[in-house]
Design a protein around this ligand. Structure first.
Ligand code: COA
Length: 702
């Protein structure tokens, strides 16, 4: 990232408005007006071929006529003129273009967009948009947009792909009391994308946390890398997560992936916290911009009402931080500040008799206690207490505790006095919400952030893999035209990556099949091998548990006959003789090549778990063995592998290792492989390993 150029674009010291206008109602009028009303202190250069003066500023016919330097140009001329004015900006030495104009790729004119970006890059300029509202920065008093005003000042930053929502969210900051320093409308992302803005905001000293409204990422991998290296919390609201398009997927895994599951995985892997809707985005942003992450699972709730305490307890469980009883020393101390009928366990119920003093001492004591990782303070308005008094007590307690590395969130339930007290709390750095559930959810976001940060793992490549051998198999298949890969070929690639496939060898004659069956030293499976028959069972092309020469010969002939009857012109390579894998717990591994994130790996329990319950989890590849272990715990059926109901635990360690190698395979070969399936994969008892019984690789179309 060229910081000087990005600063010129997003914190411009001088601005040209190309297409500035004196005609009220035009966007070119509004942008100049916004700069004036926002209090922008740098020079503003309106550009208009017909006017000498616009809204009190001297106007110029072209940026080339402007005497001073120009950092950013806001472009509000019709799309067809944008490439031309972009070139003039380049000649002038402008750093960044804020292309507000619409009429580009969103209406099928991607050519105009590409042309604009190409010209801009010729001159080293960056392009924000097109099809955007503009940029807002409180610390620069810069409203270079057609949004009517700057947002409520604060420490968060917001990047929005939707223009209409951008303006609406700007306005709603005043009602929601969530403050932003910067808002960036990102539109078509022809050049500057989410990853760029995340990296830039991460180094921006006025930004405390980064909130994103995302419809679709363009370069998912780059976004993940930029998000992973960011040191500030990132919260994303992603719209359009329904499984649209999944039906067209070529494989089982593809149809399970949908678009949402891979996004979910990618965000988690990149340490990005999710928001479920707009309210949630603001609520979580408030907490993230004011409080540190919650490093640990011990959440303490302090309340004056049993009802809100129970509600918050339910919420804590729902959001993944179930409450535990406070240790004895904490309980003993807290009991001093409550009547007999209070409770010091957790939630700590100070009872309705609690006034400022009890709140203050108990909050101060518990916030400072080592056991407590995060604190949620609840208050129900009562006749005997003044909400403002309680708020001030909480703030004094936080300050008095000297703690700055743990989070606190507050919820007051009541009327106008409570609302006013909560506003005061927020202004004083303590996030406050009118629902206990929201306060707990906000706390959960701080916990998720810490967890995601800690789980971020770098991938260490397995060096004992033979990528060249795998590529040779692919090249051989490709050399025979557009044909499917057989099981034997797929397994050869799996083996090149050290994956434990069931020993499977191709026999082209009956005698060969017998010899291979004898060598297997036990019952075998016979399967048809043909690129034209992928659903082998449907073709009568599979026989299991075949033992003895006579049976091998009989079924060899039978399978061949079945296959020929099923598809007379099928290209038959022969029959696979595979050792019978002893039975164990059946799981499935799969992969897709996601349009946004590239190769992604899937894991689930096999059989009905995957067919009916769709109990699967995804990660963007590659994943380390540690991340793979986490995948195994992610699914609902996890206890089955862990050894539920007295069963012996399964070999999760070996399975995680397999998953990690598998993910490396699909990542290394991502340019060739579209989808893969390893189904079934048998997992044995702890220490006894894993066996991949069947494997399938679907290549990308050439
Ligand atoms: N250089 C400088 N000024 C130019 C120019 C050029 N090459 N060509 C035209 N202009 C002037 C015009 O003379 C006009 O000024 P005037 O009012 O003094 O006559 C001004 O620029 C605007 O041009 P005009 O042709 O009147 O266009 P417009 O104002 O009707 O629309 C856009 C221009 C960019 C606003 C419009 O095309 C558009 O894209 N609207 C949608 C924008 C949007 O919603 N974006 C966000 C989506 S979330």
């Amino acid at each position: 990232m060229d910081l000087e150029v990005m600063n010129g674009l997003l914190r411009p010291k001088s601005i040209a408005v190309i297409g500035a206008s004196n005609t009220e109602g035009k966007i070119g009028y509004s942008v100049v007006r916004s700069l004036i009303e926002g209090g922008y202190e740098g020079p503003v250069y309106p550009i208009n071929p017909k006017s000498n003066e616009i809204q009190g500023f001297k106007a110029y016919k072209s940026v080339l006529d402007v005497p001073g330097e120009i950092d950013a140009a806001a472009i509000v001329v019709p799309a067809k003129f944008v490439p031309q004015v972009t070139r003039e900006c380049g000649e002038k030495g402008v750093k960044g273009l804020i292309v507000i104009a619409s009429g580009f790729s969103e209406i099928g004119r991607a050519d105009l967009e590409t042309q604009t970006v190409e010209i801009a890059h010729e001159y080293g300029m960056r392009v924000l948009g097109p099809n955007i509202v503009g940029i807002l920065s409180n610390s620069d008093k810069c409203n270079a947009s057609f949004a009517p005003f700057l947002p409520l000042p604060g420490k968060a930053a917001l990047v929005s792909q939707s223009g209409a929502l951008f303006i609406a969210m700007d306005a709603s900051t005043y009602i929601r009391r969530v403050g932003f320093d910067k808002m960036i409308s990102i539109g078509n992302m022809s050049d500057v994308n989410f990853g760029d803005t995340v990296s830039w905001l991460d180094q921006d000293e006025s930004t405390g946390c980064i909130s994103l409204y995302i419809e679709g990422l363009k370069d998912g991998r780059r976004f993940m890398e930029n998000a992973l290296t960011a040191s500030k919390p990132i919260i994303a609201l992603k719209s359009g997560t329904s499984a649209h398009g999944a039906a067209a997927a070529a494989s089982h895994t593809g149809s399970l992936a949908g678009s949402g599951k891979v996004y979910d995985a990618a965000f988690e892997q990149a340490g990005v916290v999710r928001a479920s809707d707009l309210n949630n985005l603001f609520d979580r942003t408030l907490a993230m911009s004011l409080q540190p992450p919650m490093q640990g699972d011990s959440l303490l709730i302090v309340t004056n009402g049993g009802g809100v305490g129970v509600l918050a307890t339910d919420s804590a469980e729902r959001y993944g931080i179930p409450l535990r009883f406070a240790p004895e020393d904490v309980q003993a101390e807290l009991r001093k500040y409550m009547p007999e009928f209070g409770s010091a366990r957790n939630p700590v119920d100070l009872t309705g008799m609690a006034g400022r003093d009890w709140y203050q001492v108990s909050v101060q004591y518990s916030f400072a206690h080592d056991w407590v990782d995060g604190l949620v303070v609840l208050y129900c308005e009562t006749a005997m207490t003044d909400p403002q008094d309680i708020a001030e007590g909480i703030k004094a307690a936080v300050d008095g505790s000297g703690v700055t590395d743990k989070p606190i969130a507050v919820s007051f339930v009541g009327g106008e006095r409570s609302e006013a007290a909560m506003r005061w709390l927020v202004e004083n750095g303590i996030p406050a919400y009118n629902e206990p559930d929201t306060a707990v959810n906000a706390m959960a976001s701080l916990r998720e952030y810490a967890r995601n940060q800690n789980a971020a793992q770098s991938f260490v490549r397995n060096e004992d893999v033979d990528e060249a051998a795998a590529r040779a198999v692919i090249a051989n298949v490709r050399s025979e035209g557009d044909r499917a890969m057989t099981e034997i070929e797929s397994k050869a690639i799996f083996e090149a990556y050290g994956l434990p496939v069931a020993h499977t060898r191709l026999a082209t004659t009956e005698d060969e099949a017998v010899a291979k069956a004898v060598a297997a030293n036990g019952p075998v499976v016979l399967k048809i091998v043909s690129p034209d028959i992928l659903h082998k069972s449907d073709a009568g092309g599979v026989k299991v548990n075949v033992e003895g020469e006579e049976a091998v010969r009989k079924y060899f002939r039978e399978i061949l006959a079945n296959a020929k009857a099923y598809k007379p012109d099928a290209d038959i390579h022969g029959i696979a003789v595979q050792e019978m894998a002893p039975w164990g717990t059946e799981v499935i591994l799969g992969s897709v090549n996601d349009a946004t994130f590239g190769p992604a790996v899937m894991f689930g329990l096999g059989g009905i778990f995957v067919e009916i319950l769709k109990d699967v989890t995804f990660r963007v590849a590659p994943v380390s063995p540690e991340q793979s272990l986490k995948m195994l715990s992610d699914i609902n059926g996890a206890p089955i592998l862990e050894g539920a109901r007295g069963e012996t635990p399964k070999d999760r360690k070996a399975l995680a290792e397999v998953l990690s190698r598998y993910s490396q395979m699909i990542d290394d070969l991502g340019d060739e492989i579209l989808e893969t399936d390893a189904n079934p994969v048998i997992v044995y008892d702890e220490g006894d390993g894993v066996c991949i019984v069947d494997a399938r690789i679907i290549l990308k179309a050439e």
